[in-house]
Design a protein around this ligand. Sequence first.
Ligand code: FRU
Length: 522
Amino acid sequence: MKTLLSLFLALLAFECTTQKKNQEVNNGTKIYYAEQYRPQFHFSPESGWMNDPNGMVYYEGEYHLFYQHYPDSTIWGPMHWGHAVSTDLIHWEHLPMALTPDENGYIFSGSAVVDWENTSGLGEDGEPPLIAVFTYHDPVGEKEGNIDYQTQGIAYSNDKGRTWTKYGEPVLKNPGIRDFRDPKVMWFNESKKWIMSLAVKDHIEFYSSANLIDWHKESEFGKNLGAHGGVWECPDLFEMKIQGTNESKWVLLVSINPGGPNGGSATQYFVGDFDGSKFTTEQTETKWLDNGRDNYAGVTWSNIPEADGRRLFLGWMSNWNYAELVPTEKWRSATTIPRELILEKVNEQFVIVSIPVTELKKIRNEKVEMPAQVIAGSVGLETENIELMNSEMKLNFSLKHNGQTSAAETFGIVLKNNLGEYFKIGYSTPENIFYTDRTKGGINSFSENFAGLHTANYEAGETMNIHLFIDEASVEVFVDGGKLVFTDIVFPTESYDKVELFSTKGSIELIEAEAWNLNSTW
Ligand code: FRU
């Protein structure tokens, strides 16, 4: 009997390895991660539902990405933490589920840190443990009509994040408020304490702890500041150098749903100061990290080594308005490309600039250059050598014409297919408005909230650089080195394969145009 069982297991193992190989290539055709709309250089789960990125932490050469995951369905359900690792932020290896629901509830969003000094006492053999801090969402309590069903829990790992042990009882109880979640934890060196930022309905609360287990409330922020069109979620607090200076400021990211600038979910930010207890800001206007509809619940990596020094960000590339309805069958959702956040001071105003991480250059093929030219009306770009929906493109426009700024009234880029479907990126000079338009982008009948024109006020200079990352079902637009960003998903019936540049009421000069086909990372 035993022999039969081992034979069966050996056969099964053989079958699995062969299947995996077959998955990758079948007669020279890629079949792994090859479904329609499957992102080729973004992270997406193999199957099932995904929302927020969670617990992003760097440890011993690996970037960890956990994420809100429901493996049994392509719609939201009992939340787990899915897990993947990467050594370059671009190629991801799927790992077994990190955290699963238990008697305390579903495992909602949160963060992870390296407890270098073993302040928690949960480390082993002199090695620092990884500690995950997350929200328990108790669905039973919620059903019973209680309001205290969200609490904060922790789990630890002593094997580089491969397996996790829950601490047990929640470490931070609910004070009697329905929305009490998404802990982001960081080490505050001056007071030698951990600081937790927590989203509490319409504001952020800060808690401190010496050991990640006993938490003490420090302060509240934001009841009367920023956008309040929806509930506040997924905060992230971190210090940033102001670019080109030795000064630094503190930045607080706060996601909000709904109430985004173009509808549904979006992420706002505040620039101010943090003294270990209180966050304060002089900022009066609302600032958005991204003006597209599909960059939500994004936070930054913990424990990036000082020698690297970057503030690395990843968002969920969808929107609660329609995330459960998008036309993918095996999985739902992906992350944005990883971005580096930079704090700039422009005209006495703080701006967070987002740039694609430099590691993305690794997947570029040879550069394709397109001729500089004056655009009057509609002009097709020569893109035969570019597989548009797996590409990166940089276009530089001069807004000066005959010595005058802003010759054309509007100008921009259209990505299109033969079916008349298109995604448009444009700028209106009299209005100072930058926009993306997916009203005729492709399939959009799945939700009346999906099709739309997305706009942001933006004052152009004498030139405008538009940097695009185009994957199977998304377009990420970085304007003028990331001062303005639009992230939008889109579902063309057939891939876009043409690029048209346009100008209305006057001309615009294309001074430089380059593109790269990008290799699949899957
Ligand atoms: C944000 C969010 C979080 C919550 C999680 C649940 O998208 O609503 O506030 O923890 O998703 O999946």
